[in-house]
Design a protein around this ligand. Structure first.
Ligand code: GDP
Length: 447
């Protein structure tokens, strides 16, 4: 059993860095009391009702001023965590915030762990685990499309779907339990509504299928520009940079072997990579670059293969040997009078006039997220949820096979129970401290 916390935590909730304002969050039984001890007028804080703001100076025990702040006071259980909370709106100075945090810790709070505020909210029953995960997904979303889907999850779209499937199974389980407990009442028929099981399984499978798109909106896709030297890769790369919205990547810097940028294409965060031109060479550094390009082509979500429209494929030039779904063929330099009409299967593009560029972006969007998938707004984006849904689906598969083979009701009921258990683990009704550590450990500080 996971119980409510007895200590009081604090952490900066806003990003580290210089800004007009910063917010420090505190939560726990002593949040109001400890904060009041730093306030120039403690009684104003102590007497503040829930959902009220207090304007005050915070001062060190030695009397030196920490900052002029506004405190938002929340009283349990009406707060994000369900505990007493104070949010400190202070000036966004890095040393200023650090001094303030040090003073709060010195007065009896402790630094919050990543995700601890949301974990406390979960423990207090303020949100289920799918919504708790959605909090993190909303905060880290990189595009409008990803943000909108994460908000849907926060609002409970995944929770409702899973609960509906689970409720059906619980009702079936109740019937089975009667059958097992009172076998003498046996009517000779196994009371398992096959159709309901099939429907529940279809629903679970449909959610599993949304993971690819959910993941794509969240993690993004890698698109490689490939082709022979002088095919026009760098020129097209620059058109992408000029015409599409660049995303400031939240990932820490990594060593990069290629020129690459992160853009938003049709709602998907895209890592666009301009690769080394593919040609035979004896030059060591260049051949290393080409080897990396080949590797990238093997792993990219999409490869734009560029062929110079003025000459077509070079003798001995082969298109990459990859799944055609991952390949878009581009016929470059279409503005040039020497450019031949594009052969079947090629998209003609000019990097000079941008003619054909919009069509290329549409083609990319259609490949990444096919039209049918765009309309689906309830998508999952958590590997944990996907794996548990798969477990539920396979347990329901066992139920169906069991019924088919005339397996005894008590054995079948174990599989129904397993499916219910897996669904319950997704929403957090069935949970352990390990699961919570794994879920909340990925959160940022202050959430
Ligand atoms: P890369 O080696 O594949 O990166 O090719 P570049 O982008 O460097 O282009 C090779 C040459 O083709 C350069 O001289 C470019 O100016 C020219 N070029 C590239 N794209 C176009 C285009 O759309 N129209 C015209 N007319 N020239 C282009």
């Amino acid at each position: 059993m996971i119980s409510a916390a007895s200590d009081t935590i604090a952490a900066q909730a806003t990003a580290f860095g210089t800004a007009a304002l910063a917010v420090i969050r505190t939560s726990g039984p002593e949040a109001i009391d400890i904060t009041s001890r730093l306030a120039a007028h403690p009684e104003r804080v102590l007497s503040a009702s829930g959902y009220s703001m207090v304007h005050t100076y915070l001062v060190e025990p030695d009397g030196s001023t920490l900052d002029e702040v506004v405190l938002a006071v929340y009283r349990a259980p009406q707060s994000y965590t369900g505990e007493d909370m104070v949010e400190v709106f202070c000036h966004g100075s890095v040393p200023g915030v650090q001094r303030l945090l040090a003073a709060l810790y010195g007065a009896g709070m402790r630094p919050a762990d990543p995700g601890e505020f949301t974990m406390r909210a979960f423990v207090a029953g303020k949100l289920d685990l799918t919504r708790a995960e959605a909090v993190h997904e909303v905060v880290t979303s990189q595009t409008g499309a990803a943000h909108a889907r994460a908000l849907d999850r926060l609002e409970g779209s995944v929770y409702r779907r899973i609960s509906a499937a689970k409720d059906r199974l619980v009702a079936i389980m109740a019937n089975l339990a009667v059958q097992i407990d009172y076998p003498e009442e046996d009517t000779g028929e196994v009371p398992i509504p096959i159709e309901t099981i099939v429907e529940a399984r279809n629903d679970v499978d449909a959610l599993v299928a949304t993971y690819r798109v959910g993941r794509l909106y969240d993690q993004g896709a890698t698109i490689a520009l490939a082709g022979r030297t002088n095919a026009g890769k760098s020129s097209l790369y620059n058109v992408f940079l000029k015409q599409e919205r660049a995303i400031v990547s939240p990932e820490p810097g990594t060593t990069r072997d290629y020129i690459e940028s992160t853009l938003e294409l049709e709602g998907v965060p895209v890592r666009l990579v301009d690769t080394a031109g593919l040609r035979d060479t004896r030059e060591a550094i260049e051949s290393e670059g080409i080897e990396r390009t080949r590797r990238l082509i093997r792993h990219a979500d999409l490869v734009l293969y560029l062929v110079d429209g003025r000459g077509g494929l070079d003798p001995g030039e082969d298109l990459p040997d990859i799944d055609p779904q991952r390949l878009i063929r581009v016929w470059t330099k279409s503005d040039d009078p020497r450019c031949a009409p594009p052969p079947e299967g090629y998209l003609a593009v000019s990097s000079v006039t941008a003619q054909g560029f919009a069509e290329l972006v549409t083609a990319i969007g259609e490949r990444l997220v096919p039209e049918a998938d765009r309309a689906v707004t309830t998508v999952i984006d958590s590997l944990r949820q996907k794996q548990l849904l798969e477990r539920a689906s396979s347990a329901l598969g066992e139920v169906l096979t069991g019924v088919d083979r005339g397996v005894p009701v008590d054995a079948i009921s174990l599989d129904v129970q397993d499916a219910i258990h897996a669904l319950g683990e997704i929403t957090g009704e069935v949970t352990s401290a390990d699961i919570l550590d794994a879920v909340f450990g990925t959160f940022c500080l202050g959430k």
